[in-house]
Design a protein around this ligand. Structure first.
Ligand SMILES: *Cc1c(COP(=O)(O)O)cnc(C)c1O
Length: 552
């Protein structure tokens, strides 16, 4: 393709044009733009080709490390995007895509996101965001109110206070969790007499000052991997992220938690924070937050709740009681890009104490000056987009009652799907849904019965074979591209061992009971049609036969 044709040649006139001339509606990009505006669901449906998603093959189109020397036409580039990117991407909005936390978006998010890009505000400072700063501060106050339910008077002195921020808006739950623990760490080692605080003197001197040998964070074994990153980043070390055992409903075991704390004490390690999870990523369960709040108070440490997934449950009158105790947390993480139905890149953390974020306050001379209302003085990230507008839009347009409906529907759908799995002769439910996430696996009824009666060693062998079945089943289903569930490995209390299970997240309001039934039907078909899976199941049957014979 000759790239040096007149219109695409690098000269001042053309450079000027790409900053000023709008895309014509009959150009390739203009046509895409219009198609998306008219019917985004239809566009995704026709343009994402779910088959032939062989990553190695796709990589060949992205293998050059050279930045193109010559400019090219927008239309030429758009063709490339259509063929090699759009067609080979994942249809996360499809109602049969129930494996991960990314769902369909309300239609208004797209034009608003476009507007956000057009305005290109930078929330790090008022000088580049103006009205966006008070708007983001309001969003944080709204979220604070959702969690802590303080009255209007409480917010008046804080919401637009130049010295403080009620929370931090960031790119996702990971940064939100890091921010929460960063604040906890800096408050534990606050300036005190001669000691100028950990932010100034570092962890080594902070530990010496307190006379301890380390600090630890306690979270259940279902805790999100972001806490591992936080432990690394904040200098605790991953060894000091204590993963506490869970009970048969995937909730932190309070006895085990006490036990771990005693062990820390013996090693002269200070508990920095206890973390409760409201909606575990893998199983959607909620820790006993009230009891954790009591325990954190007893220890005198920070209590953080990771409600990245489950936070919006607070909108639901019916299900809010599950999160009782969250209002006692020192900090709470909620992701906008999960159950607030905002596009990727919206995480938030709010703090009970409106002055807590001072612990990480940072100033610079050219921006973030003392007394300015710049939000960048209280965030880990620097330049940030106006994503808060999309959360604001969701709150305003969908409203509390709209979100309540979405939450209630998701929980109900998970109950329905759990009932389908329980009644199905070929599947076994491996975690009961508490919110809208569940796990299950392929395991015919007779195998379930044999497993219940089999000696431990034989059970392990059978389960190992079923793990392989599960893995192959998930892979074939993903490759077929019709529907999608994810998989993970979880310790299942019933068996006392870690198993491979299929994971389903039910947050897309367009997912119907018929689609869920079709997912199970497709899985049975895959099992029937794949010789590799059939061979594994024959081995399972052979192992089950003697157990069955003994029991008859
Ligand atoms: C998704 C999730 C996170 C991490 O959020 P990102 O937005 O992916 O960074 C943290 N905790 C829980 C419980 C989550 O579900």
């Amino acid at each position: 393709m000759p790239k040096n044709r007149d219109a695409a040649r690098a000269n001042l006139e053309n450079l000027y044009r790409i900053f000023t001339v709008p895309e014509s509606p009959d150009s390739t990009l203009g046509a895409i733009d219009q198609a998306i505006a008219a019917d985004v669901a239809g566009f995704l449906q026709t343009h994402i080709v779910a088959i032939e998603r062989n990553l190695e093959e796709i990589e060949t189109h992205f293998s050059s490390a050279a930045i193109p020397e010559e400019p090219t036409y927008v239309s030429e580039y758009t063709e490339f995007v259509k063929t090699h990117l759009v067609a080979q991407s994942v249809h996360t909005a499809a109602p049969g895509f129930v494996g991960h936390m990314t769902s369909a978006l309300p239609y208004f998010m797209l034009p608003l996101a476009r507007l956000m890009t057009a305005l290109n505000q930078n929330l790090v400072k008022v000088e580049t965001s103006k009205a966006f700063t008070p708007m983001e501060r309001q969003v944080l106050a709204m979220l604070h109110h959702l969690v802590y339910r303080r009255d209007d008077d409480f917010y008046t002195p804080w919401i637009h206070n130049s010295q403080h921020a009620l929370g931090a808006f960031c790119s996702g739950g990971t940064i939100a969790n890091v921010t929460a623990l960063w604040v906890a760490r800096n408050r534990l080692f606050a300036p005190n007499g001669e000691f100028r605080g950990i932010a100034q003197e570092g962890l080594g001197r902070a530990l010496k000052h307190r006379g301890c040998d380390g600090i630890a964070v306690l979270v259940s074994e279902r805790g999100h991997y972001s806490f591992g990153k936080a432990a690394d980043l904040l200098g605790l070390g991953r060894d000091n992220l204590i993963k506490v055992q869970t009970d048969d409903r995937n909730r932190i075991d309070l006895k085990a938690l006490r036990e771990e704390c005693r062990r820390l004490q013996d090693r002269n390690i200070l508990p920095l924070a206890v973390v409760g999870i409201a909606g575990t990523t893998e199983t959607g369960n909620v820790d006993p937050l009230e009891e954790l709040a009591d325990f954190a108070r007893e220890l005198g440490c920070h209590f953080h709740v990771d409600a990245a997934w489950g936070g919006p449950t607070l909108f639901s009158d019916r299900h809010r009681p599950l999160l009782r105790g969250i209002e006692r947390a020192d900090s709470v993480t909620i992701d906008g890009h999960k159950q607030l139905y905002v596009p990727m890149g919206a995480g938030m953390v709010v703090f009970k104490d409106p002055t807590a974020l001072s612990a990480i306050e940072h100033h610079a001379n050219y921006i973030l000056r003392y007394g300015s209302k710049d939000l960048g003085s209280h965030t880990l990230e620097g330049s940030r987009p106006g994503m808060a507008m999309l959360v604001h839009a969701g709150f305003s347009i969908i409203g509390r009652k709209g979100y309540e409906l979405l939450i209630d529907m998701g929980v109900e759908r998970a109950q329905t799907f759990a009932a389908m799995i329980r009644q199905h002769p070929d599947f076994e439910l491996t975690s009961e849904p508490e919110l809208n996430i569940l796990t299950y696996r392929y395991c015919p009824l007779n195998v379930q019965q044999a497993l219940a009666a089999a000696p431990a060693r034989q059970r392990r062998v059978i389960n190992a074979l079923l793990d392989q079945v599960c893995q192959l089943l998930q892979k074939h289903q993903r490759e077929a591209g019709k529907t999608f569930v994810s998989r993970t490995r979880l310790r299942i209390a019933r068996y006392g061992e870690e198993l491979t299970v299929l994971r389903v997240v039910l947050a897309n309001p367009l997912t119907t009971d018929e689609i869920l039934a079709a997912i199970l039907t497709e899985q049975c078909e895959i099992v029937q049609q794949q010789p590799e899976i059939q061979a594994l199941l024959r081995q399972v049957e052979d192992l089950c036969a003697p157990v069955e014979a003994r029991n008859t």
